[in-house]
Every structure is written in structure tokens, then in C-alpha cells.
Design a protein around this ligand. Structure first.
Ligand code: URA
Length: 305
């Protein structure tokens, strides 16, 4: 059934692209469309197919071919699944008061809660509200949505080591994410999600006001963007082609210097000293920029083969 539907849809799109304004649909195709429409929820029906099926109404004699004109307007992208990004207004007060209000807002936001499975958590950033350095990652993963804290899984443990290498503790810095929920993937009913997907542009845009608010509250000296989703969220998807092109260079977001580097999960996949050194050199720049003392030992990390 799905194959027939796809074939009809593809053919209609192809014809439209070549300038065809009307098509003749066979009885067999009309019958297929009717069966598909009856079997599928109205929201998921391809608008092209719906338009054709609607035109192919029962009053058309069974033996006749229907001449239909798919309205151009019907061929629109799917409706956005998320509302417009929220406008975050923080109360007046000190950092703790403003952060607590933001936490209350994000953890209970109906869009955020609708995007986590029952028993799983919406995740806001954590750490020192006076941090000079704010790390920004992509989105919570399996462990993070259980604990409600960013970077607590394998990538998080590596990030914690990297922070340690800088001579800092997690409680000295602030860690946030572009997204406040784990991007959902279809799973069989009752099963746990295996694996992760990158957030969509729409999801990223929705959560950006929450990240901006965290940056406004913490007011760090420097932001470290971990990986390409973080770089896209902060700098714009069109501002670079590959991460290698911009990593190690200072950029700006909301008036803050941004150092882009590879995501810790990249190091977990490609744990060569060479790639560790690349990330470490980016972090050395962050240490220099924030006025930290750097020992000779620290300067030499990952230089050996
Ligand atoms: N990866 C991220 O980018 N963020 C997390 O919170 C965890 C893993």
C-alpha cells in the first residue's frame, strides 16, 4: 500500500515539476488513494494525495478517468510541529532568583514536557552562576534525561575530565545545552529509545531563548561550543561548512567570545592523542583568555604520540 502511495505521490510531484497542471488518475489509483486516506490519520496524509483523493470523489463514475488539478497551495511543507519560540522574561532579582525562575519555566514548559517521555526529565543547564566559562553542548542523551542534568553520561564523564585538566571542577563552570530535551525517536511501544538524533532546526530555535536566558544570567567571560550542533545554534547553521573550519577560532554570540571545539563524543569515537590535542589546544586558548595560570605540564598534554 505504502509503495503504491509513494509511487503515485512521486509521479504527481514529477509531473508538477515539469509544468503539468492537470492529470488523469486511473480508477485503480483512486481506489488505492481512498484506501490509504481511510487508513491514515488526516494530519499525516500527504497534501498532494489528499487533494487528488478529494477531487476523486464518489460521484465520479467508476469507469471514468478523473481529471484533477492539484491545487498548488496544497503542496506545502508539513505544518511546524512546535509553536514559535517562547519570549522569556526574567524577574528582577539576583542571579539565583532569576535562574530559579527560569528553571521553573523550562522544566514545566508544556512544549518541553510534551517532548519527554513519561518518567524522563527536561534538562536545564547546571553549575556556577558566577562561572567565567560556560560550556554548551547539543542535547540531553539517555542518562541526562533520567538524571535531569546535562553531560552526566559517557561524553559528560569525558567533559568532566577535560574540565579537570584545566584545573577546574564542574562546580566552577556552567554547562548548558542547545536543547532542553532528548530529541525523540520512534521506538516500539514501551521500549526505551536507543541512540540519539541531532535536534531539528525548529527544536533548536524553540530552545534558544532558554539558552540565551542562561547566558544572560551567568554572564560568562567565554562560551565553549562543543560540537557542530552547539556551533550551529550559537553561530548559525550557514556560518560554517565543517567544524574543522571554525574550531580553534574565536567567534561571537550575544557579545560573548565563543570558542568552538569538537564534542567530547567525537573524542570518545576517535580517541587518538592527535584529536585530543586539537581539543586541548582550543581549551588552552580558553584558559589564556580567561586569565588562568597554565603550567608547563598542562601546555604539554597530549603532545606525546
Ligand atoms: N551530549 C550533549 O551534547 N549534551 C549532554 O547533555 C549530553 C551529551
Amino acid at each position: 500500500m505504502r509503495t503504491a502511495l509513494t509511487a503515485i505521490t512521486d509521479e504527481l510531484k514529477r509531473l508538477k515539476a515539469t509544468g503539468v497542471k492537470s492529470v488523469s488518475v486511473s480508477d485503480e489509483s483512486i481506489a488505492t488513494l481512498r484506501r490509504v486516506i481511510a487508513a491514515r490519520a488526516p494530519k499525516t496524509v500527504n497534501p498532494v494525495v489528499a487533494a487528488v483523493a478529494a477531487k476523486a470523489s464518489p460521484e465520479i463514475p467508476k469507469s471514468a478517468s478523473a481529471v484533477v488539478k492539484p491545487p498548488v497551495k496544497a503542496v506545502t511543507p508539513a505544518e511546524p510541529k512546535l509553536p514559535a519560540p517562547p519570549v522569556v522574561v526574567l524577574p528582577s532579582g539576583d542571579k539565583a532568583v532569576r535562574w530559579a525562575a527560569l528553571k521553573e519555566l523550562v522544566l514545566n514548559h508544556p512544549v518541553c514536557t510534551a517532548n519527554v517521555r513519561p518518567g524522563k526529565k527536561v534538562v536545564l543547564g547546571v553549575g556556577s552562576l558566577d562561572a567565567k566559562i560556560m560550556f554548551v553542548g547539543e542535547a540531553p542523551g539517555a542518562e541526562e534525561e533520567v538524571q535531569g542534568e546535562p553531560f552526566v553520561g559517557p561524553a559528560g564523564q569525558l567533559l568532566t575530565k577535560m574540565i579537570g585538566g584545566m584545573g577546574l571542577k564542574r562546580s566552577d563552570i556552567y554547562i548548558g545545552n542547545i536543547l532542553n530535551w532528548r530529541p525523540q525517536m520512534p521506538t516500539p511501544e514501551g521500549a526505551e529509545q536507543i541512540g540519539n538524533r541531532a535536534p531539528t532546526a525548529e527544536e533548536m530555535a524553540f530552545c534558544m531563548p532558554f539558552l540565551r536566558a542562561q547566558i544572560e544570567i551567568v554572564n560568562p567571560d567565554v562560551i565553549v561550543a562543543l560540537g557542530s550542533t552547539a556551533a550551529q545554534g550559537l553561530l548559525g547553521a550557514d556560518s560554517f561548512k565543517t567544524l574543522g573550519e571554525i574550531r580553534g577560532h574565536w567567534k561571537l554570540f550575544a557579545g560573548k567570545p565563543v570558542m568552538v571545539t569538537y564534542h567530547p563524543s567525537y573524542i570518545l569515537r576517535n580517541g587518538s592523542n592527535r584529536s585530543k590535542r586539537v581539543v586541548w589546544e582550543d581549551l588552552l586558548q580558553v584558559m589564556e583568555r580567561t586569565g588562568m595560570t597554565i603550567s608547563d605540564k598542562q601546555r604539554g598534554y597530549f603532545l606525546d604520540k
